[in-house]
Design a protein. Structure first.
Length: 587
């Protein structure tokens, strides 16, 4: 009924459907006329899925992400050849006014969800409301606030949105590029049951036939611990075309095998059972090359394309009211700087990454070259410097077991976890543990289930349930590459300090928060970069995260796949395809 009424109104107004988005042929290595339709791409995941709910999922590459990612962004996306934003779900670039704080956006007409319902302004507004309800706990919550003040969104008409920012923002287009979810599904539940109703929707055991997607895929089936299968949303291709006019995605099916670790992933790739593999170690690359050279694997391999836009790190929990002694230690910047000195990053690169990686000292990854500064402090591997800092804290004597103690006899000891099955992180943890022991720091290192680890990291309050976690973050953009939910106080990934009220604990945190928003509202590129230099210095001195190493970006894929970018566009930021499964086709 809603759909029929809407169509009648639209037609009565004399409007016509907008043209579809056409993927620029100039981006692609091959002529679009060569692309075939149909077939299945086979991928993998190292952790099982937790939910189908887009508002409560927090892990990378969740099923909602895979289903809904419209491949090129939401309202706007970046042209990889120019870094300029272009319209995608928007029909055109917005009308900008009020000193770069107001954006009026026309939506592309003809967009549909997987159930055939039109995507309209109501879907964006409802999605926005749910993401910005702190009781829902959305991982995107922080993206819609600037310096504690909300971005606002209102519907002008069925196909027009108005965004109002509290201040100018260099990341405005990124912040507006969120994925809309169906108002006709989530809206009634949110209106009647609020945040609790939303959180109870679309659990991992939900019937796949009830899931509605805005993107190229919808879930077909899921077997816990074994496999997920996505099928093509036929309506997506009505408004997304290639340069030859064919509907995207080309594929009919995407299957995801759930594997126990990276070694299992490599074995499956070498056996030809999956089509891509995220190689990170020299041994991985060597095995793949041997298989290709020996004629046992028909695949393409391009090593060391660029540094990855990712880093592993260790974070210490400042919110441990249940253990005042540990809380005091973790909050002492000398301790955190000592931990950075203990991190033998070169050993990590050589032993865990096979020599293929980069040392990382801040949350701005090396692929973002314009935001790497010589002035950024680097607390490099130096056990003597670590020993000196810990002695300043009162840990200068060792017990019979060789561990540091203070005057009260307290052993300098903490527990550290990472996600079981990620063999690289497990090795990083062991290297750190061994180096810490040389100084006299006792680290109880234990890999645990990924979902349990994420729950601990996402916890809030005065007494969060962990000491230290070794994990990683990925992403960022080349406009202002500081995480909106990582750097400012109150961000849900400001993981070292997540009190219930979200307030800063130290002057250094307050300075980082101030500089983050100051840079974000600076539209001039050179001026923004100067603020970035100050922020990188403050972030490095604080050592809220002890950044370790980042992998290099290597590209390998089964030769049966096509659909890559032109080679000069490849890097860890752009990837090797406009979207891993959007433009892929079976040759």
């Amino acid at each position: 009924m809603k759909k029929a009424l809407f169509l009648a109104l639209a037609l009565g107004a004399g409007s016509s459907l907008a043209a579809p988005f056409v993927l620029p042929a100039t981006w692609m290595a091959e002529n679009p006329s060569q692309a075939k339709t149909g077939g299945e791409v086979r991928t993998y995941s190292l952790s099982d899925y937790k939910t189908l709910n887009p508002f409560t999922s927090s892990e990378a590459d969740s099923l909602p992400d895979l289903m809904s990612d419209v491949g090129l962004g939401g309202l706007f996306t970046q042209d990889p050849s120019t870094d300029k934003f272009i319209p995608h779900m928007a029909d055109a670039m917005p009308v900008v006014s009020n000193n770069n704080k107001r954006f009026v956006v026309k939506l592309r007409q003809g967009m549909k969800f997987s159930d055939g319902q039109a995507i309209t302004a109501d879907d964006f507004v409802t999605t926005f409301k749910i993401h910005t309800d702190d009781k829902v706990g959305s991982n995107s919550y922080d993206s819609f606030f600037l310096n504690g003040k909300p971005i606002t969104l209102k519907k002008i008409d069925n196909y027009t949105l108005q965004f109002d920012f509290p201040q100018a923002s260099a990341s405005a287009y990124t912040r507006m590029a969120f994925i809309p979810w169906p108002d006709h599904v989530f809206g009634p539940v949110y209106s009647s049951k609020g945040a609790e109703g939303i959180k109870n929707m679309w659990g991992i055991s939900a019937n796949p036939s009830t899931i509605v997607s805005p993107g190229p895929w919808v879930i077909s089936s899921y077997q816990a611990g074994q496999r997920a299968v996505l099928k093509k949303n036929p309506y997506f291709g009505e408004w997304n075309k290639d340069g030859a006019g064919k509907a995207l995605p080309y594929l009919d099916t995407m299957s995801i095998r759930l594997l126990k670790d990276l070694n299992a992933g490599l074995a499956a790739y070498l056996a030809g059972q999956i089509d891509t593999f995220a190689a990170s170690k020299a041994d991985d690359l060597a095995q793949i090359k041997r298989a290709i050279d020996g004629g046992n694997l028909k695949a393409n391999l391009v090593p060391n394309v660029s540094p990855n836009s990712t880093s592993s790190w260790i974070v210490f929990n400042w919110n441990k009211s249940g253990d005042a002694a540990k809380q005091k230690i973790f909050r002492d910047v000398r301790f955190r700087q000592a931990m950075s000195h203990i991190a033998n990053r070169q050993a990590m690169i050589q032993l865990a990454l096979g020599g293929l990686g980069s040392e990382v000292y801040t949350g701005v990854y090396p692929v973002f070259k314009n935001y790497q500064f010589d002035s950024t402090p680097k607390y490099k591997y130096d056990l003597a410097a670590a020993t000196k800092l810990l002695a300043q804290m009162g840990f200068s004597k060792k017990n019979a077991q060789g561990y540091l103690t203070n005057s009260a006899g307290q052993v300098l000891e903490f527990n550290m976890a990472t996600n079981a099955g990620n063999t690289v992180r497990e090795q990083l943890g062991r290297i750190f543990t061994d180096e810490a022991k040389k100084v006299g720091v006792k680290v109880n290192f234990t890999p645990i289930d990924f979902n349990n680890l994420v729950d601990q990291l996402n916890s809030k309050g005065a007494n969060r349930p962990f000491d230290a976690i070794l994990l990683g973050l990925a992403g960022g953009d080349n406009i202002w590459p500081y995480g909106s939910n990582v750097v400012p106080c109150g961000g849900n990934l400001h993981s070292f300090n997540v009190p219930s009220d979200g307030k800063c604990l130290t002057p250094q945190e307050s300075l980082m928060t101030k500089l983050y928003y100051q840079g974000d509202q600076t539209l001039d590129d050179d001026a923004r970069r100067k603020i970035g230099e100050q922020l990188s210095k403050a972030e490095a001195q604080n050592q809220g995260f002890i950044y370790l190493v980042g992998t290099n970006y290597h590209v390998t894929y089964n030769s049966r796949l096509g659909g890559e970018y032109k080679r000069n566009l490849w890097d860890a930021y752009n990837g090797s395809r406009p979207y891993a499964q959007l433009t892929t086709y079976i040759k």
